[in-house]
Each structure stands twice: as C-alpha cells, then as structure tokens.
Design a protein around this ligand. Sequence first.
Ligand code: 8Y7
Length: 260
Amino acid sequence: MGVLNITPDSFSDGGRFARGAASLGEVCRVAEAMVDAGAAILDVGGESTRPGAASVSAGEELDRVMPVAERLLGLDTLISVDTRKSEVAAVALAAGCHMVNDVSGLADPAMPDVVSRSGAALCVMHMQGSPETMQRNPRYDDVVAEVRAVLTERVGRARCAGIPDDRLCIDPGFGFGKTLAHNLALFTALEDLRVDDLPILVGVSRKRMIGDLTGAPVRARLAGSLAAAVLAAERGADIVRVHDVAETVEALKVLEALRA
Ligand code: 8Y7
C-alpha cells in the first residue's frame, strides 16, 4: 500500500503533496510510479493525523482528496481513502474507491453502514485517544491484549453491519497513542494480534518509532523503514503501508526468495 498524503502538514513528506499549483499532476506522477513499482493499493488521505494536528472539515477533506482519487481511479490498482469521516467515505466510495482506511477504528458510528452498502473493503486501525491528544500520555496495562480486544470488538461492529471477512483487515496502529515501548511490544507480538484469519496491515514507514531507533530524521528513515517492513512481513503482516514503494517491493522480493 503506497501512501499519498494530500495535506499541508503530513507526517513525513513535508507537505510535498499539499494542494496548490501543479500539485495534482505531481501526485498523479508519484502515484503512477508507485503502481509501476508494484503497489497493489494506493492510500489517499486529506486529513493529517500527526500528533497534535488540528482536524479539518469534511468539505475541506473532500476538496483535497476527491480530485486526486478521481484521477487515480483510472489506474490499474485499488484506491483506499484514508478518512475517519463517514461523510467523506460515502462520497469517495460512490466515486468508485475500493477501500476505507479508518485510523479511528470506526469512531464515526455511521461508518460501518456506509462501507457495507458500497461493498468496499475496510481497514480498522487501533488508536488510543485522538490525534490531538494521543501522544500526551499513552497508557496500557497489557498493550497487546488491549489492542487485540479493541480490534476484535471493532471487527464485530463491522461484521454486524454486513461487511464480510474478505473485505476486512486490522491494524495495530503503530504510533497512534503508543510509546516506543508499546510499539515494540506490538511489533514483536504481531501474530498474537490476529483476529480470526483477517489480514493484518502494518504502517511504520518513516515514523518516529524508526527515528527513535536510528536517530535519523524523517528524510533519512528509508533503511530503518525497509528493515521494519521486511520483518513485519516475516512476522505475518499481509499488507505494509509505505512511502517508498519501489524500495519496499525490492526488499520484499528478497525476503520472499530467501524464506525457507
Ligand atoms: C497509518 C495509517 C497513518 C497506519 C493505517 C503516517 C493513515 C501516519 N499511519 N493507516 N495512516 N496504519 N492503516 O506516518 O499505521 O503515515 S498516518
């Protein structure tokens, strides 16, 4: 899954894709390169979820995401819309997007029905708190058990709305209301998080967790991100969400060949 942030202040691309002069063409060129490099899914997001980020309105989110999504729907790949809002999801899915990536894990009570009615896929991610406050003081007694319990409950809500298992995946939400120790505990126990046989999505590309381990700034986290992507795949991740698609695909090819 290739990351396309259409926000002025995204986590790790310095707002390279912010709405503005000529940005639509640039985003589309980057997206095409990701597909050529082997991305199976492109994840398009218009709301920053960086710690402390202010929220945006549904209208603003749609203004950012839809022009890009509409262009990308012509590519031979699945388009995921990264949103916490059922209003945004409804418009994106009506336009033909294939998946909703909900970092809030269904905080919007209307989200399951919107996804179910469209026949799209859904990723439910775990987050403690909200982006505004999540990194202030993350706390768990047993992070693996608690994240797994929340994901199980959210999968139950999705199933109740009629979303079938072959359209669902789960994600522990690295960095979303988690300290480095929490992230490491979750990564180490990845397979223990699995809910039934649902696929697991892992997003660690360029994150602070990688910076904490390497000392590298956002721009220099490729090597650390590749190591984490390969190990996540080896530990059972079915989908990896990354900024550097070509490099990650190469690393995963080597993993596949060298696997016993
Ligand atoms: C994740 C994500 C982000 C993640 C899923 C960033 C939107 C922060 N991280 N979605 N989104 N999983 N499913 O650094 O880990 O890309 S935003």
